[in-house]
Design a protein around this ligand. Structure first.
Ligand code: RIB
Length: 289
């Protein structure tokens, strides 16, 4: 089985700051690093590191050859990543404070110009039971979900960065939805429907330090978070999502998928960076919390 991930690829520029800057504030960073990121790329890397065949469907600019190379090094299938001549790759300027909290400014770049024929070519390879994963850093989500549903794929959506309207549009196609508590409340307000009544088979609401809640068939099950001291929370949610879906792709019961992903996400917040530092299965298995 395979996970087809229509997702962003960003150059993540990390600035270490004593606190997140306020309006009008000029702040000196103590360090800067560049790494591979983008919610899409992070999820592809996490899924690959968790043992799945992760096929990334996306685009970079001519400046993004290094990013494709790095995805390949992490075991991601990059045959359906286009290189566009006239646009830069996506970028994220990420400030991280001393407590590991972040704020992110995005440049969409090539992520908003993924050619439709690239998406169609990728999905034409898919088999029933494969997964289509999407986030909200690319366009063409509804069209892709529609094709995937007709092909019998399991359609998964990580509603980040959250926009109620974008989430509402893909909802009718979804088998899996993951979002945080605030986003779940916003979606409930926008749809006038409780998350458990959205008609989505598996809904996961992440609760930060309180863990995660899985809604399935009218029942709710809570999963506690691991006790860790965060260094950098950036990409932890993406790691969680990639791990859940990779484990599901290997036919593990959803309870086990979530328990494994909780461990991967917890380990991730102890590391500085995004795709480059996503733990592999061995690291997750050996982690002691
Ligand atoms: O979720 C973290 C990601 O958000 C970063 O890698 C950044 O690129 C943005 O997409």
């Amino acid at each position: 089985m395979a996970i087809y991930n229509l997702g962003s690829i960003n150059a993540d520029y990390f600035y270490q700051v004593p606190h997140l800057p306020g309006p009008g504030e000029t702040l000196a960073a103590t360090d800067v690093t560049r790494g591979l990121g983008g919610k899409g790329a992070n999820m592809s890397v996490a899924a690959a590191r968790a043992g799945a065949h992760a096929v990334h469907v996306g685009a970079v600019g001519a400046d993004g050859a290094w990013a494709i190379q790095r995805l390949m090094e992490f075991g991601v299938d990059t045959r359906h990543v286009a290189t566009l001549a006239d646009t830069p790759m996506g970028q994220a300027v990420i400030t991280v404070d001393a407590a590991g909290e972040n704020s992110i400014v995005l440049l969409n770049g090539a992520n908003h110009q993924i050619p439709q024929n690239i998406i169609s070519a990728a999905l034409s390879e898919a088999s029933p039971g494969d997964t289509l994963l999407m986030q909200n850093e690319t366009l063409n989500q509804v069209e892709s979900a529609n094709i995937a549903k007709k092909l019998g794929l399991y359609v998964a959506y990580a509603a980040a960065p959250f926009e109620a309207e974008a989430a509402k549009k893909v909802l009718p196609f979804l088998d899996f939805l993951i979002l945080n508590e605030i986003e779940a409340a916003q979606l409930e307000e926008a749809t006038k429907t409780k998350p458990e009544a959205l008609g989505v088979t598996d809904v996961i609401i992440t609760l930060g330090a309180d863990g995660a809640r899985w809604l399935h068939n009218g029942s709710a099950r809570d999963f506690p978070a691991m006790p860790v001291t965060p260094v950098d929370t950036t990409g932890a949610g993406d790691t969680f999502t990639g791990y859940v879906l990779a484990a599901r792709d290997r036919s593990l019961p959803m309870q086990q998928c979530i328990a494994l992903a909780m461990r991967a996400g917890a380990l991730m917040v102890t590391r500085q960076g995004t795709a480059d530092v996503i733990p592999d299965l061995k690291d997750v298995d050996e982690a002691r919390f």
